[in-house]
Design a protein around this ligand. Structure first.
Ligand code: NAD
Length: 485
């Protein structure tokens, strides 16, 4: 199939605008074709967006939250109406299957529904604290904020932040991944169509340079970042050293601890966790700790792996560079003694030979000292580490620098609780391969998977996107019986 390519511009003040002349090719991992050239903005482009956002802020922030969420009721319907179009864009720019791409938009719809319910979650408090003296709180928007997002969920991760931050009264600059900038522009257009006032939401495309400019911009009060741990650390340090509020989500290495009594039908779930979205999920299963003899389960997992066909129900990885990186992890582990049970290297689906595909790969006898056991591989690769001891399995999980997800597979409730109590991850599951909490629960890992205090979605995000004002009132002097100040 031949694609015609377009220019992915910025979206500032409710309009598509050209940024500076530098542009970067956007290559579809599906088949290696050029699908767009994205503007690489500079500081002046960011300034334009911040000026528009600052101008929009007083009017937008002073609306009631009930008024603001009306936009998101309409936006939700527009996401439904544009599911096919958004799904197609995400598929082309990211490489995941059309079904996976539509599923991430569906998740975006759920996130938008949560934002529509924010008026019910903002529980401001009022109390008579002394005779005649009243204290009350109000949640106040932070101001102009930024959201910096990765390539792996071009629609869903922006929608982790946009509906909540905006419904809570902020104005936003989104900086999508330069590898997958197209869905974000479509989202911006739909927000305008839903009635969002110009300037409340802006997209500034670009790379490292624009992220640094966001961290340094004096008029951006808060920023959320989602991406690799290496960059999360840079962004968190730079933004907070400029005295900004920041939460930065990083990478992951998620462990599955599988006990001998695990139900064998869970094999498909385990493979779906590691192979879904070609393993490019920060919640993907990556290391399986096999406790005792679970050879039957491993055989079933290898069998289930055969149901995943690259270029069909197994999508592409983001680039040729990513494919080479993933394959080199596999080759290096094999050279060090890991046993390849299923080998996904050298996968070139017919008709998509220029795409970037890695087949499902399963490696046994991996040891904790191998790079593949600890690094975030970010591909459809599952490594198996073996032990006979549950506490040793927990130690292996605890040794990871990351801490997004961990799951246990067993039918024994008390062992499941024992393990869940001891793993060092923010999102844990029992017989669940991808333990993503659903709204109103919040999404966020521990350790080097998240810097800052808040989670990025759900109820926890409310305190990130707002400031609390505490108002104390006294009127009638005769009532001040036990006032302390
Ligand atoms: P990335 O860190 O390379 O890029 C993320 C963003 O940072 C992009 O917008 C990019 O333009 C920008 N960026 C890249 N290098 C930069 C630099 N040196 N300085 C400043 N900005 C820079 O991440 P990615 O490859 O796009 O995404 C995959 C990563 O994201 C994985 O590590 C994955 O685990 C992680 N992720 C984490 C979560 C989570 O919630 N913890 C969710 C999704 C993805």
């Amino acid at each position: 199939m031949n694609h015609t390519y377009s220019i992915t511009q910025n979206y500032i003040g409710g309009q598509l605008v050209n940024g500076q002349s530098n542009k970067l090719d956007v290559i579809s991992p599906v088949d290696g074709q050029l699908i767009s050239k994205v503007v690489l903005s500079d500081k002046q482009d960011l300034d334009q967006a911040v000026i528009k956002a600052k101008k929009a802020f007083p009017i937008w922030s002073q609306k009631t939250i009930k008024e603001r969420v009306q936009v998101f009721y309409k936006f939700r319907q527009l996401l439904i109406d544009n599911l096919e179009e958004l799904g197609r864009l995400v598929h082309l720019e990211n490489g995941k299957t059309v079904g996976e791409a539509k599923a991430e938009v569906m998740k975006g719809i759920e996130l938008t529904e949560f934002a529509c319910s924010l008026p019910q979650f903002i529980n401001d408090e009022i109390q008579i604290v002394s005779q005649g003296i009243e204290c009350r709180t109000t949640h106040v928007p932070v101001g102009v904020v930024a959201s910096i997002t990765p390539f792996n969920f071009p629609a869903m991760v922006p929608l982790w932040t946009i509906p909540n931050a905006l419904a809570l009264g902020n104005c936003m600059i989104l900086k999508p991944s330069e590898k997958t900038p197209m869905a974000a522009i479509k989202i911006a257009e739909l927000l305008t169509k839903a009635g969002l006032p110009d300037g409340v939401f802006n997209v500034v495309n670009g790379d490292k340079e624009i992220v640094e400019a966001i961290c340094d911009h004096p008029d951006i009060e808060a920023l959320s970042f989602v991406g690799s741990t290496t960059v999360a650390k840079i962004v968190y340090k730079r933004a907070t050293s400029n005295l900004k509020r920041c939460m930065a989500m990083g990478g992951a290495k998620n462990h599955l601890i599988v006990l001998p009594d695990a139900h064998l039908d869970m094999a498909e779930n385990i493979v779906a966790s590691m192979a879904g979205c070609a393993g490019q999920r920060c919640m993907a299963a990556s290391a399986m700790v096999a406790v005792g003899n679970i050879d039957k389960m491993i055989a079933k997992i290898c069998q289930a792996a055969k149901n995943w066909e690259a270029g069909n129900n197994l999508g592409a990885v983001i680039s040729q560079e990513a494919k080479e990186r993933i394959e080199s992890y596999i080759t290096e582990a094999a050279a060090l003694g890991a046993k390849i049970l299923v080998d996904g290297r050298n996968t070139h689906p017919k008709g998509k030979e220029n795409g970037s595909y890695v087949g499902v790969t399963i490696l046994d006898n991996v040891t904790p000292d191998m790079k593949i056991a600890t690094a975030e591989v970010f591909g459809p690769v599952l490594v198996i580490l073996r032990t006979d001891d549950i506490d040793e399995a927990i130690r292996i999980e605890n040794a990871s620098n990351y801490g997004n997800a961990a799951s246990v597979f067993t039918q024994n409730g008390s062992l499941a609780n024992y393990i869940m109590d001891r793993v060092s991850a923010g999102m844990v599951g029992v017989n669940v391969g991808v333990p993503v909490p659903r709204e109103p629960f919040s999404f966020g890992g521990w350790n080097e998977s998240r810097f800052g205090v808040n989670d990025i979605t759900g109820k926890s995000s409310i305190s990130f996107w707002t400031k609390i004002k505490k108002r104390t009132t006294k009127w009638n002097a005769e009532d001040w019986k036990d006032w302390m100040s």
